[in-house]
Design a protein. Structure first.
Length: 76
């Protein structure tokens, strides 16, 4: 189900900034990420690591990516 909501210009600017900082593909994704952080809901490790498993990447490269994403996601 899709719902449209009204927000003022200031809120829209905040959402745009949040979306960019979290590298989210949509406002919904950005909102869900923040809501999950605030309510301490965590994704399963298998689901969150799946996006990092690419080709013949070394473990060190994957760890760096995870750490960088974690640093970015905690800055709100």
């Amino acid at each position: 189900m899709v719902t449209t909501i009204q927000v003022n210009e200031r809120t829209l600017l905040l959402l745009k900034k949040l979306k960019e900082e979290l590298q989210a593909s949509s406002y919904e994704e950005a909102i869900v990420k923040v809501a999950n952080q605030r309510t301490k809901v965590k994704e399963s490790m298998a689901g969150s690591l799946r996006k990092y498993l690419k080709g013949n990447q070394k473990a060190e490269e994957i760890i760096k990516e995870v750490q960088n994403d974690r640093r970015k996601s905690t800055r709100i």
